[in-house]
Write a protein that binds this ligand. Structure first.
Ligand code: TRP
Length: 325
């Protein structure tokens, strides 16, 4: 039987190019070989932001991005966590199978507390990985495509599956993390991560001119001051982008930067063009959605129906082995 994959993202609005190369493009490729489920983690948004006013709007924008990038909703259902009550139910049952000490050791939580400068967190935020475990195990996902920062959540999912199987009966598979290749694309400011909150992103739906304006301002090798100074591609953000978007000529770029033949402005022009070419098809497809306002709603309705069926079957099994059916 074809393996089932469960992919998920929080709906935080339009995606930037880091999301595309970091996650979305690998989801699209995985569709060819596996049976994929695409989850919109709208409940997870509430863990760090209880303001719900943008969640729906952000969900619609994100689904447009997914489909324009090549996710085929006919093949792989796209659905919101909040529309399938079984997520909440399984989350509650799983919350009894993990200790608070274990959740306190979760490195992702520690990182978030530090980055967001939180001095206290909600009960729901503390249980973030427990809800994620319910997301994955409801659909019996065997593989979970994630970046490095999410592997600790998959590990907790495995532990919960093991504990459940031992306590009540073996119905869950322990899923494996499938690491995506480019987990982190650096931001335009040279910071390690491209992120909307840092304001260092490029949007793939920007016009070629807008992409050029963003790339033009990027920080490059600070020791290459004049055009013909020899450069150090290994420290340059733009070179990292060439590596992803201009694979065929990256060796040439490296040589010409090092020797000083290629100046930063020209190098950035090539880079901006490659980025905008890479997303040309996506841009066309995405602009089509604005003419069809109901299309995304229909995609969600259909995906939610199909996902719900699987979720209900799993919950039936859960209740049976727990003898609370
Ligand atoms: N925690 C994931 C993130 O922030 C989103 C997510 C929620 C998820 N549930 C999931 C990812 C289930 C994979 C599987 O990116």
């Amino acid at each position: 039987m074809t393996k089932r994959i469960l992919s998920g993202m929080r709906p935080t609005g339009k995606l930037h190019i880091g999301h595309h190369v970091g996650a979305l493009e690998s989801w699209v490729n995985l569709q060819k070989e596996y049976n994929n489920f695409h989850l919109i983690a709208d409940y997870h948004v509430l863990t760090t932001n209880t303001d719900t006013s943008d969640i729906y709007k952000n969900t619609i924008e994100m689904v447009k991005d997914w489909v324009a990038a090549g996710i085929d909703p006919a093949q792989s259902p796209i659905f919101r966590q909040s529309q399938i009550k079984e997520h909440a139910e399984l989350h509650l049952l799983f919350s009894m199978l993990i200790t608070t000490a274990r959740l306190e050791r979760n490195p992702s939580l520690k990182e978030q507390v530090r980055d967001l400068k939180l001095d206290n967190i909600s009960y729901g935020h503390f249980g973030y990985p427990v809800l994620q475990a319910a997301d994955i195990l409801l659909y019996k996902g065997e593989l979970v495509p994630v970046g490095e920062d999410q592997t600790s959540h998959v590990e907790i999912t495995r532990e919960i599956a093991r504990k459940f199987n031992k306590t009540y009966g073996k119905i869950f598979i322990e899923p494996k993390a499938k690491l995506t290749k480019f987990s982190r694309l650096p931001g335009l400011d040279g910071k390690t991560k491209m992120s909307k909150s840092l304001g260092n992103t490029i949007s793939p739906s920007d016009s070629p001119e807008e992409i050029w304006q963003s790339v033009r301002k990027a920080i490059t090798d600070t020791e290459k001051i004049r055009k013909n100074d020899p450069g150090h591609p290994e420290v340059c953000t733009i070179f990292t982008y060439h590596n992803v978007f201009n694979k065929d000529s990256v060796k040439q770029i490296e040589r010409d930067c090092k020797s000083g033949i290629l100046g930063c402005v020209d190098c950035k022009k090539i880079c901006a063009k490659k980025i905008s070419n890479h997303f040309a098809e996506y841009r066309n497809k995405r602009s089509e959605f604005n003419k069809k306002p109901d299309l995304i709603k229909d995609i969600l309705n259909d995906g939610e129906k199909r996902a719900k069926q699987v979720a209900q079957e799993t919950m039936k099994e859960v209740r049976e082995v727990m003898k609370i059916g």
